[in-house]
Write a protein that binds this ligand. Structure first.
Ligand code: HEC
Length: 113
């Protein structure tokens, strides 16, 4: 009996850090914490200014690639450098998490431009 209890406890403990990590840094949390919404709208679906792209609902792999390239200075077109200061401390994993979050949101077409 106590063995089963120990195993159950171990399972619960093993799952805790993952749950906590997820709760601490969901894509939505990161998106808001790093001020992405200021330019791209609360859910990536509106632009604060002309030239700020709508980013909700795009392909995950596309978003992830753009985020990596903008953070690392590989993508230097248009005004992408305006968002680089926001991105210094975001890890590859953080960017993947944000890309997953944005990709799952509904595409807003041309609304908000
Ligand atoms: C100061 C305004 C600003 C902030 C803050 C900002 N962005 Fe951007 N973002 C831009 C602009 C402007 C572009 C378009 C750059 C260009 O002209 O190529 C862009 C481009 C992008 C793209 C590429 C879109 C595409 O279709 O290729 C993604 C994805 C993106 N931003 C996500 C983010 C995320 C995530 C954050 C927060 C970490 C963020 N942005 C913060 C202004 C901003």
């Amino acid at each position: 009996m106590s063995k089963i209890f120990t195993i159950a406890l171990a399972c619960i403990l093993a799952s805790l850090p993952m749950n906590l990590a997820w709760a601490a840094s969901s894509g939505e949390d990161l998106y808001n914490e790093y001020q992405c919404h200021v330019c791209h709208g609360p859910k990536g679906a509106t632009s604060a200014q002309k030239g700020y792209p709508l980013i909700a609902g795009q392909e995950t792999s596309y978003l992830y690639r753009q985020l990596l390239d903008i953070r690392d200075g590989v993508r230097e077109n248009g005004r992408s450098s305006v968002m680089r200061p926001q991105m210094h401390s975001l890890s590859d994993q953080d960017l993947q998490t944000i890309a997953d979050y944005l990709s799952a949101l509904p595409w807003s077409g041309n609304q908000g431009r």
